[in-house]
Ligand binder design. Sequence first.
Ligand SMILES: NC(=O)c1ccc[n+]([C@@H]2O[C@H](COP(=O)([O-])OP(=O)(O)OC[C@H]3O[C@@H](n4cnc5c(N)ncnc54)[C@H](O)[C@@H]3O)[C@@H](O)[C@H]2O)c1
Length: 374
Amino acid sequence: MKTYDLAVVGTGGIAAVHARGIADSGGRARVSAVVDVDPQRLRDFTAHLAELGLPEPRGYTSLAELLNVERPDLVDLCTPPGLHAPQAVMCLSRGLTVLCEKPPALSLAEFDRITAAEQTGGGRFATVFQHRFGSGARTLRELAADGSLGVPMTAVCHTLWHRPDAYFDVPWRGRWDVEGGGPTMGHGIHQMDLLLSVLGPWREVVAVAARRARPTDTEDLSCAIVTFESGAVASVVNSLLSTRETSHLRFDFAHATVELTHLYGYGDADWTVTATPDHADAVAAAWAAGPKGRASGHGAQLTAVLDALDAGQAPPVGTADARATMELVAAVYQSAFSGRPVARGEIGPGSPFYDRMQGTGAPWPAVRATGGAR
Ligand SMILES: NC(=O)c1ccc[n+]([C@@H]2O[C@H](COP(=O)([O-])OP(=O)(O)OC[C@H]3O[C@@H](n4cnc5c(N)ncnc54)[C@H](O)[C@@H]3O)[C@@H](O)[C@H]2O)c1
């Protein structure tokens, strides 16, 4: 068994979750180096690793400094969103493989620079979309692909979360220039990615977005109607204003409805399957035969990443899949801010929504730069 050396870049909140996945990997991965611009965070994270029984890593206060000395098997980017693309390009151009927290970039333009660096540098780039990796999602994708459920008709993809004003005290939150968007880009993106992983390519989006209540420049609510190549139509809602929180996905296929209700992660018990009477036995048997027992989460994705590295393959979620999700996010913003439907493939170089998610600008005044609502 190979033990992969990971460099964790950015040792804040989500890095602790990554550390748990690494500790649970059964020795397949270790943290050999860590970077944070904040020495206290670096010390706290090193102490956290020790609590998890992991050895002390070498510490750095800049990625450039680390890359001058280290050659990790995997760079694990856990920094704020605005740093993902430049840090990924820095690593990929040295031929290193990168696992990057979502969102992988602030814009499609940035994302395409990552893909270009991957193609020229020889490393691989993967995005953390951990909800693809629970056994329920794996089972659903298998059954959707082999026709057991019939053709997809309609779907619901609702990320109804609640974030109080204080959540936006973190300087990189709620700003287009460093977070890239609100709940569409930062929260519902997980559910939208899972939706796309099941239903495949989308064709057209009609959307609205609003800032109703939070002290942000970005939206705190978006609602979209997404039509897929298959003809299926999904309702997608991303909210930070919903007091009873839920992450709810519902897939209505010709032979069965499959539902997932969770919040930040799911297990097998969070899925329900309701088949039409004439398909009840076949659907129940097919669902029962699918993968079981793995909750969604960072640990599940890390296992899949390590499996891919063992097999000499690109780790999931690769650039093609992540770009499809980023393009859907960009299309929600373009449709919302232009008042028009947006077709897949329409947002390319030359479009303002290619260079930045807010494109031509949100139709509400900015508050964070001026401090107006803070
Ligand atoms: N997949 C998920 O479910 C999930 C959940 C939460 C957050 N995230 C994502 O994880 C990323 C980080 O979020 P967080 O909540 O951990 O943020 P955080 O602010 O808690 O941590 C970020 C860390 O990066 C450090 N940092 C800043 N600039 C740096 C630099 N130039 N080099 C190295 N380190 C630097 C900060 O000091 C901080 O310790 C974001 O992209 C966020 O969207 C993903």
